[in-house]
Ligand binder design. Structure first.
Ligand SMILES: [Zn+2]
Length: 356
């Protein structure tokens, strides 16, 4: 396992549902302390400032630390846990999956359950079980027992999924690629820049609570006050059976993706073109994607102050918003190389020419 693989493993196996990102934050701090000046906003986001040869422009690299998960809402008298989903879950991928309840007394394992099929009516059996009819079984037999183990309403619940290299190590399976892959990218970009000259100040930012409403994007844009923002994200891979395209829009292993549109932002076209040119100069293939049914932190950051030229660069992942996702190592490595090269080109003159 090389350094990158080990970093990705640690990041995806860390727990960090919205509002409970401390483990991920500590990991980022551990990687960048000594290279960057580190501060936080007041809701838990981390801002890592790496100075280059010039104080400005300020380049914000943003990735969200949170992953989709749950929160304990209520303990039933039989000792089961009713929950609130944190982020967008699709019912089809939830049942029988393992989770961990992070309690004040320690980790409590459990699984997501629902009524067994044998007792459902034929009509019910043909329907997707709704989230509100699911519960978390921690093996307790009474409310008192669950409380004694340490479970309380408000406790975060995190999916369980061990990092696993697939296909001879070319692809990686894990939870929370959305958006730990982005966290890994800004960590490694800043580590690479530590030994090199860049004509700006780079801010590696881990935002909180993206999955419940892009909240850390707002507070960190205030802290950084960026001149340019690059959002680092996972993207949707379309190379799976049943997709309604003759050619997949984005496929694993075919290069980093550049978002040309999302439901909350039309990216800055000059910054987009600069990314395209930089990729071409490096011989890195790019995939163009669009996200008509979703937004990123960019939709908040690009509207900060009088506006911030912003783009979104991504690593395609299969099965996002579930317990498992699959990414391709080549896409990650190429995006890291592109990101570092792009940062080096963002001097004061180039950035002042980005205004639309
Ligand atoms: Zn995301």
């Amino acid at each position: 396992m090389d350094r990158t693989e080990e970093l990705l493993r640690r990041l995806t196996e860390a727990s960090g549902v919205p509002g409970f990102e401390a483990e991920v934050r500590a990991l980022i701090r551990g990687e960048l302390e000594g290279i960057a000046a580190i501060e936080q906003d007041r809701i838990g986001s981390i801002v890592c400032r790496k100075e280059g040869t010039q104080a400005a422009p300020r380049i914000m690299l943003a990735a969200h630390m949170d992953e989709i998960g749950f929160m304990v809402k209520q303990i039933t008298k039989e000792g089961h846990l009713r929950f609130v989903p944190l982020g967008g879950w699709w019912e089809q991928v939830m049942l029988a999956q393992r989770v961990v309840v992070k309690t004040a007394k320690g980790d409590v394992p459990g699984i997501l359950g629902a009524k067994p099929p044998h007792i459902l009516t034929p009509d019910e059996r043909n329907k997707v079980v709704e989230k509100r009819d699911m519960y978390i079984d921690i093996g307790a037999t009474s409310r008192e027992e669950a409380e004694q183990i340490g479970v309380r309403p408000g406790d975060p619940v995190v999916p369980v999924s061990a990092f696993t290299p697939l296909a001879g190590g070319k692809t990686y399976l894990g939870k929370a690629w959305d958006d730990r892959v982005g966290c890994a990218l800004f960590i490694q970009a800043i580590q690479r820049l530590a030994g090199e000259s860049h004509p700006n100040t780079v801010y590696g930012v881990g935002t909180v609570q993206e999955e419940v409403g892009l909240r850390g994007a707002k507070t960190t844009a205030y802290v950084v006050n960026p001149d340019v923002a690059i959002i680092l994200e996972s993207d949707i891979a379309y190379d799976v059976p049943g997709m309604n395209h003759e050619e997949p829009l984005v496929a694993l292993g075919k290069g980093p993706s550049l978002l040309v549109f999302d439901a909350g932002m039309i990216p800055n076209t000059r910054l987009r073109d600069l990314a395209v040119e930089t990729a071409a100069a490096l011989g890195i293939p790019l995939q163009f994607s669009s996200l008509e049914g979703g937004r990123t932190d960019g939709s908040i950051i690009h509207l900060h102050n009088a506006g911030v030229p912003t783009i979104v660069l991504g690593v395609a992942a299969r099965h996002i918003h579930s317990h498992t996702g699959v990414i391709h190592r080549d896409d990650y490595d190429r995006l890291l190389a592109l990101l570092v090269a792009l940062i080096k080109r963002l001097d004061a003159e180039t950035v002042s020419a980005l205004m639309q």
